[in-house]
Design a protein around this ligand. Structure first.
Ligand SMILES: O=C(O)C1=C[C@@H](OP(=O)(O)O)[C@@H](O)[C@H](O)C1
Ligand SMILES: C=C(OP(=O)(O)O)C(=O)O
Length: 425
């Protein structure tokens, strides 16, 4: 499917979809415990992958209106009947690899081509240190993964510079072992996602302690939470908010404060010169702006990698220089998003220098003109290119647009609802 976007003026309100990160965690905690009602979870391709894995390990997951009712395994996941198909979801793969290591049998976790290209070696090595079998079938740290043989617990050191999901996985697994001490090596990237993990663990009755060097989780605990409410997703909201900053005004609801690092998008837009109003009590953010009046900023991607495509689109439309720094880990996502955004935005006329850990965008030299660009089968690349297309002259066609269903199935309808000229073909 292609998304065809023409230069547009936007104005209107949409609601942020439910958070992908909180939804995955609610599903996992429910499945490992004695059951939970997950209120208002995100229903998207990625969270369906976590539902499949929860069922694969013996949990039952049923829909009840907008909620999911999960009957969990009460600390004793089972050997799956089949492979655990994690689709396109890195979070599912890493979190459920940990959960599957608790089982005395073996599980195979695999997914699509993108997923099978992503790194897991540091997590596999930690799970082995903790007593499990944890291998990549091809010996390259990538899925398919084979995991199991009852992880016991103990001490492990994990590289924090590749993916915070390795640490989240160990923290979710640890309460059902004899206890785990995790030492984090290097500067932890994507730190706010570990904060989300800690928040969810605490909310589901788990004791987790931060130490000088990492985390400590006592063993033999139980997941208990009758219900778990999922907040709105700031990463998804970044697209309609950026659209407002570039091309008119947008209001986004369901944005109550939470541990999400990507809430920083509102500060980024403000620093670029957009007018930003936020009311945390009502969970509403309103952004107003015009691409011609925005100026470039330096954006540190270490805590908020998923905002990188959005900020790259904004920087290509704004004047001045935008520097996206400390972003090497953004190369390990569904695609190498530094390369993907640099290459595709250049096709539209952006002037971008790409280095190993950064993008430098010369907004003054960039003049966006619609053309055909490749969404790379990456939901965030597609959505960010669509935002850039709102201010490009003429019409932009973005390939592989169906992939927005990975995290934001209502994306095209929401862009349309704020008045963007968009069409799928
Ligand atoms: O734990 C999570 O929910 C996530 C962590 C981040 O990944 P990394 O920790 O690999 O950077 C983020 O990019 C991803 O979309 C969701
Ligand atoms: C990187 C992402 O997700 P995951 O790691 O779960 O595939 C994302 O949603 O941008």
């Amino acid at each position: 499917m292609e998304l065809v976007v023409s230069r547009s003026h936007v104005s209107g309100r949409v609601e942020a979809p439910p958070s992908k990160s909180y939804s995955h965690r609610g599903i996992l905690a429910g499945a490992l415990g004695d059951g939970t009602r997950v209120l208002n979870p995100l229903r998207s391709a990625d969270t369906e992958a976590s539902i499949r894995c929860a069922r694969g390990l013996g949990g039952s997951v049923d829909e009840d209106g907008d909620d999911l009712v999960i009957d969990g395994v009460d600390g004793a996941p089972e050997t799956p009947d089949d492979v655990l198909n994690c689709g396109n979801s890195g979070t599912t793969t890493r979190l459920f690899a940990g959960a599957a290591s608790l089982v005395d049998g073996l599980s195979v976790l695999t997914g699509d081509e993108s997923l099978r290209s992503r790194p897991n070696a540091p997590l596999l090595s930690s799970l082995r240190e903790l007593g499990a079998t944890a291998r990549s079938t091809r010996g390259n740290g990538r899925a398919p993964l084979v995991v199991g043989d009852s992880v016991e617990g103990g001490k492990t050191t994990v590289d924090g510079t590749v993916s915070s999901q390795f640490i989240s996985s160990l923290l979710f697994t640890a309460p059902l072992t004899d206890g785990v001490t995790v030492k984090v090596d290097g500067t932890l990237k994507s730190r706010p996602y570990v904060d989300i993990t800690v928040e969810v663990l605490e909310e589901t009755g788990i004791d987790v302690r931060e130490t000088e060097t990492g985390f400590e989780v006592p063993g033999n605990q139980r997941y208990t939470a009758d219900e778990f409410r999922v907040p709105g997703d700031f990463s998804s909201a970044s697209y309609p908010l950026a659209a407002g900053a570039l091309a008119g005004e947008t209001t986004v609801g369901n944005l109550f404060p939470s541990a999400q690092g990507d809430a920083v998008i509102l500060d980024v837009l403000e620093r670029m010169g957009a007018s930003v109003d936020r009311n945390p009590d009502d969970g509403v953010a309103r952004v107003k702006g015009d691409a011609d009046e925005l100026t470039g900023v330096t954006f540190d991607a270490s805590d908020s990698p998923d905002l990188t495509p959005t900020v790259a689109a904004l920087g290509s439309a704004a004047g001045g220089e935008t520097r996206i720094v400390d972003a090497e880990h953004v190369r390990y996502k569904e695609t190498d998003r530094l390369e993907a955004m640099a290459t595709e935005l250049r096709k539209m006329g952006a002037v971008i220098e790409e280095e190993r850990d950064r993008l430098v965008i010369d907004g003054n030299a960039s003049e966006l003109v619609g053309t055909r660009v490749d969404g790379r089968d990456d939901h965030r690349v597609v959505m960010a290119l669509a935002v850039a297309a709102l201010v490009a002259e003429g019409e932009t066609s973005i390939t592989t647009a169906e992939t927005v269903g990975v995290s934001y199935p209502g994306f095209v309808d929401d862009l349309s609802a704020v008045g963007a000229d968009v069409e799928t073909v």
